[in-house]
Design a protein around this ligand. Structure first.
Ligand SMILES: [Zn+2]
Length: 290
């Protein structure tokens, strides 16, 4: 069974005379799971944690049995970055080279590079709905806001932040604000001006009551929290799924692998859990393979 982090916090509600909806996520336990699973570079840690926080925030917009995925295909050394969340806030993330770095140090956009940003909503029927825009800055939050503004014409403000010191994640999280249908366009202009005057997000994340501090900063007193829930890094991987993956190799290839090695070990890309199959187990698979 894969990785399961302690719960992280999600809050959602409406604000600004009910003209916008918001979500806030405090995802420090998810960031710690990212470090444990991927042993990423400092830039990789930030990119993966922000993508995980982004899908956690987006999970508050889903309906039953829907999932949301965020994919960044940049030409930077990180390679493809992919995060997904269920509606229940079970989050996981992977990248092709999480340990990669790029100059200038500390700039997450440099490790992502230019390319495509894709949002994938999987409907309850299993059908995917995809939208793709160019990567805007590679900092994830700005890319998400850019995606909604251009691809879905929904004015959106998003911020994602973290405090990482000496390889330890002290805090991570972010927020996401969208205009509700019928709201005047200026409503988010007002908000954007307010955001510019706020202290850095990581200061709020490090505080005793980060959700209240973020919401008070964004909306003054003009907001209503509708729900508080939990999200977590949760990889649902399990042995039978990896056995099925081996089966897809076919009888001939499986036989070759069995005769070559004592055992085969597969690693989950999302949580680094390892699944080993010895010769006996491979023989059993082979007798069931085509
Ligand atoms: Zn896994």
């Amino acid at each position: 069974m894969g990785l399961q982090s302690p719960p992280a916090l999600l809050a959602r509600g409406v604000a600004m005379s009910q003209q916008v909806k918001f979500a806030v996520a405090i995802t420090t336990p998810i960031a710690e799971a990212v470090l444990a699973a991927h042993k990423p570079s400092p830039q990789g840690a930030i990119a993966l944690t922000r993508a995980a926080t982004a899908v956690a925030l987006l999970s508050t917009t889903l309906k039953e049995r829907q999932q949301v995925g965020l994919q960044m295909n940049g030409e930077g050394p990180l390679g493809e970055l992919y995060a997904l969340s269920t509606r229940e806030g079970a989050v996981r993330v992977t990248a092709h080279n999480p340990r990669a770095s790029a100059a200038p140090e500390g700039e997450v956009g440099a490790v992502v590079g230019e390319g495509r940003f894709t949002l994938i909503k999987t409907l309850a029927s299993g059908a995917p709905y995809r939208g793709t825009v160019p990567i805007f800055t590679g900092t994830v939050a700005e890319d998400l806001a850019y995606y909604f503004a251009t691809s879905e014409q929904v004015p959106t403000v998003c911020a994602l932040g973290e405090r990482v010191e000496g390889g330890r994640v002290l805090a991570a999280g972010g927020y996401f604000v969208q205009a509700l249908p019928g709201a005047p366009e200026e409503v988010l202009d007002v908000l954007e001006a307010r955001v510019l005057a706020l202290p850095p997000l990581q200061d709020a994340l490090m505080s005793e009551a980060p959700v209240a501090l973020i919401l008070d900063g964004l909306f003054g007193g003009d907001y209503e929290q509708l729900e508080r829930s939990e999200c977590a890094y949760a990889c649902p991987c399990e042995r039978p799924r990896f056995a099925r993956t081996l089966l897809t190799l076919g009888r001939e290839e499986l036989t070759r692998l069995r005769d070559e090695d004592e055992q085969i070990t597969l690693e989950c890309h999302f949580c680094a859990a390892e699944y080993s199959f010895n010769r006996e187990e491979l023989s059993a698979l082979i007798s069931g393979a085509k």
